[in-house]
Design a protein around this ligand. Structure first.
Ligand code: NAD
Length: 280
C-alpha cells in the first residue's frame, strides 16, 4: 500500500510552528512584515495574493498591500521597490508574477534587495543556492524538500529524476536535491528516452505542465512520486502532471493534486518571511 503525502496537513503544521515563532518574535518587539505588490487585475494573481495575505494574517506577519493599476510604468514600480528596500520595517518584498507585458520582469526581480527576496528569484539568491551559501530558496522546490523530510523519505544517495527545468521549479529543485546528497538527473522536452530515464528514479519529481502525462510506464515499482503540476479540467476538477490513479499503486509514496505540493508553496513563502527577520 502506498503512502499519500499529505501536503495540506504538513503545511498546516508548518504554519502552526511559524505562528509560534512569530508570537515569540513579537514578545521581543520584532514584527515580521511582508510587502505584497500586485500590478493589474489578473484574476488568478488576485486569488494568489489574497491567499498570501490570509496566510500572513494567520501566522501574525504584518502584510502591506500595494495594488497598482495595469497602467503602472516600470519606473513607478522600480521606485516603489526602491522605497521598500530602504524601509527597515519591511522584511520581505513579493511582486506577484506575471507582470503586464510592458514591464521587464527580470529588471523588477533584480531590483528587489536579496535580503528581502522572499520568492528566491533574484539572481543572487539563485547563485547562493548553487554554491551552497545562505539565501532565500524558491518556495515550491523548498516545499518539496520539506514534504519529503516530514514524510520520512530518505534523500541521501537516492536516484532523483526531475522532469522539467524551469527557473522556478526544475532547476532550483535539482540544486536542492544535490544539496541533500541525492544523485540528480534533470529531464526536459528534448530528453530522449524519457520513460527509461524516469524509471531509474527512486524519487521522481514532475514539473512539466502537461495534465496526466506521467503514467505507470514512467515509474519504477516502489518509487516516491512528487507531482508539481496543477491543471483545472472541464467540470473544474483539478489534476496534476501525473496520472494519479494509474501511477499511485506502483509507488511507495505519492503527492495528490490538490493537497500535495500546492499548499506547501505558500507555507514556504511564510517561512521565508519569518527567516527574513534574521537575515537583517
Ligand atoms: P514551465 O512551463 O516553465 O516548464 C515546464 C518544463 O517541462 C520545461 O522545462 C520543459 O522542458 C519541460 N517539458 C515540457 N514538455 C515536456 C515533455 N513532453 N517531456 C519532458 N519535459 C517536458 O513550467 P513550471 O513553471 O516549471 O510549472 C510546471 C507545472 O507545475 C505547471 O503545471 C505549473 O502550473 C505547476 N506549478 C505548480 C506550483 C505549485 O505551487 N503547486 C508552482 C509552480 C508551478
Amino acid at each position: 500500500m502506498y503512502q499519500i503525502i499529505d501536503g495540506k496537513a504538513i503545511s498546516t503544521s508548518l504554519k502552526e510552528e511559524l505562528k509560534e515563532k512569530v508570537t515569540a518574535l513579537k514578545e521581543q518587539g520584532i514584527e515580521p512584515c511582508l510587502a505584497v505588490i500586485l500590478v493589474g487585475e489578473d484574476p488568478a494573481s488576485t486569488v494568489y495574493v489574497n491567499n498570501k495575505k490570509k496566510a500572513c494574517e494567520f501566522i501574525g506577519i504584518k502584510s502591506l498591500s500595494y495594488e497598482l493599476p495595469e497602467t503602472t510604468t516600470q519606473d513607478e514600480l522600480l521606485a516603489l521597490i526602491e522605497k521598500l528596500n530602504a524601509d527597515d520595517s519591511v522584511n520581505g518584498i513579493l511582486v506577484q508574477l506575471p507582470l503586464p507585458k510592458h514591464i521587464d520582469e527580470d529588471a523588477v526581480i533584480g531590483a528587489i534587495s536579496p535580503l528581502k527576496d522572499v520568492d528566491g528569484f533574484h539572481p543572487q539568491s539563485v547563485g547562493s543556492l548553487c554554491i551552497g551559501r545562505k539565501g532565500f530558496v524558491s518556495c515550491t522546490p523548498a516545499g518539496i524538500i520539506e514534504l519529503l523530510k516530514r514524510s520520512n523519505v530518505e534523500i541521501e544517495g537516492k536516484e532523483c529524476v526531475i522532469i522539467g527545468r524551469s527557473n522556478i521549479v526544475g532547476k532550483p529543485m535539482a540544486l536542492l536535491m544535490l544539496r541533500e546528497n541525492a544523485t540528480v538527473t534533470v529531464c526536459h522536452s528534448r530528453t530522449k528516452n524519457l520513460k527509461e530515464v524516469a524509471k531509474r528514479a527512486d524519487i521522481l519529481i514532475v514539473a512539466i505542465g502537461k495534465p496526466k502525462m506521467i503514467t505507470a510506464e514512467y515509474v519504477k515499482e516502489g518509487a516516491v512520486v512528487i507531482d508539481v503540476g496543477i491543471h483545472r479540467l472541464e467540470g473544474k476538477k483539478l489534476c496534476g502532471d501525473v496520472d494519479f490513479d494509474d501511477v499511485a499503486p506502483h509507488t511507495s509514496a505519492i503527492t495528490p493534486v490538490p493537497g500535495g505540493v500546492g499548499p506547501m508553496t505558500i507555507a514556504m513563502l511564510m517561512k521565508n518571511c519569518v527567516d527574513s527577520v534574521i537575515f537583517e
